[in-house]
Design a protein around this ligand. Structure first.
Ligand code: FES
Length: 358
């Protein structure tokens, strides 16, 4: 709705008689449209109930400020929850409680303030419809010349080009100011191991049993029925004293059983599954969210963060969304007692791509 009633005529005129109309419509941006339709204009303006009925207006006002007060309560609750449910140990239960209650408070605060603002805008603010005309993006020649002149004068007055020692030392200072960030980021990584090595391996190894997350109970192949899906961790993860969450963040797996006829397995991977049971990394290859949703009829896995979808029948190839790589597959088999075990670690790094993926 950015054109007025005469827009069709103006556009045509710009192409046919530019000289008569002067320079306001640059030839380079003019559009000749022989069949320009007539601007239908706005539909008849209908007043809102809050414009007509003072009681409804008052009620809308009450709703808006009530939502804002609810938002305040949500924010206060988030702070209180942070103190009531501290994360002082490595206990997963504590982390869950903290995240859930703090998250609920923040969600309530943001939702309430959002709904309040929308309701305010829709029901109480002035209901005036306006047309904002489009205009050429390119500035006029005068504006462009003025901008160049401003830079020239600034250069002249500051001596930026003339005083080369000052200029070069400033460039050096700005470049050096980024170095502390590099050192600090490096400091976050463990000192005794190469970060690339750490990111390239998980605690899965040949013979490690697949266990249910979070109980740690090993899974027998006979427990996995067609259509079912399990959230899986390596057996023994629960007994780790240190670094358990870090290891879990790399080693988490999704286990599913399909009809073997539905799996299109590559020749070099036919022994990576067991009777239709397949295991894939749960860490999304986009930015690392847990891929937690399995649709058993389509055999698709969905990452709820940005809606990447992976096809389990095709080695978890990406079929939708921003993820760039398939989910890595964990080769599995069964041991003598019928428990599902890993044949090896993942054969490629799990999670998002990083600068030194091999
Ligand atoms: S993290 Fe999975 S789609 Fe973005």
């Amino acid at each position: 709705m950015a054109q007025d009633d005469n827009s069709g005529k103006d556009i045509a005129a710009a192409g046919s008689s530019h000289a008569e109309h002067g320079p306001e419509v640059p030839v380079g941006t003019a559009v000749i449209s022989a069949d320009a339709f007539e601007n239908p204009g706005f539909p008849e303006h209908r007043k809102r109930v809050t414009d007509i009925d003072p009681k409804k207006e008052k009620s809308a006002e009450r709703t808006v400020y009530t939502l804002f007060y609810i938002s305040i309560v949500g924010s206060i609750w988030a702070i209180i929850a942070y103190m009531i449910f501290p994360m002082e140990s490595n206990n997963v239960g504590e982390v869950r409680l903290n995240n859930m209650f703090v998250g609920l408070g923040i969600a309530l605060a943001l939702l309430a303030v959002g709904f309040g603002i929308v309701h305010w805008g829709k029901s109480l603010m002035h209901d005036v419809e306006k047309v904002d005309e489009r205009h050429p993006v390119r500035g006029t020649d005068e504006t462009r010349a003025a901008a160049v002149e401003i830079f020239r004068v600034a250069d002249e007055e500051s001596g930026f080009s003339r005083r080369s020692m000052i200029r070069n030392s400033l460039i050096g200072a700005l470049a050096a100011s980024a170095l502390p960030a590099v050192v600090l980021f490096r400091g976050w990584a463990p000192q005794d191991q190469l970060p690339v090595e750490l990111l390239s391996h998980t605690m899965w190894k040949r013979g490690t049993r697949l266990a249910i997350d979070p109980s740690g109970v090993p899974i027998k192949a006979s427990d996995v029925t067609i259509g079912s899906a399990f959230h899986v961790i390596p057996e023994g993860l629960q007994d780790m004293e240190h670094g358990r969450l870090e290891e879990k963040a790399k080693a988490a797996v999704l286990l599913m059983r399909l009809d073997p006829k539905d799996l299109n397995e590559a020749p070099d991977r036919v022994d990576w599954s067991y009777d239709g049971i397949v295991a894939y990394s749960k860490i999304c290859t986009h930015v690392g969210c847990p891929v937690a949703l399995y649709e058993q009829h389509t055999h698709h896995l969905l990452c709820p963060c940005h809606q990447s979808q992976f096809d389990v029948t095709e080695h978890c190839a990406v079929i939708f969304g921003p993820a760039a790589r398939p989910l890595p597959q964990l080769p599995i088999t069964v041991d003598d007692e019928g428990y599902l075990v890993a044949r090896s670690d993942f054969t490629e790094p799990v999670g998002p791509s990083f600068w030194e993926r091999h």
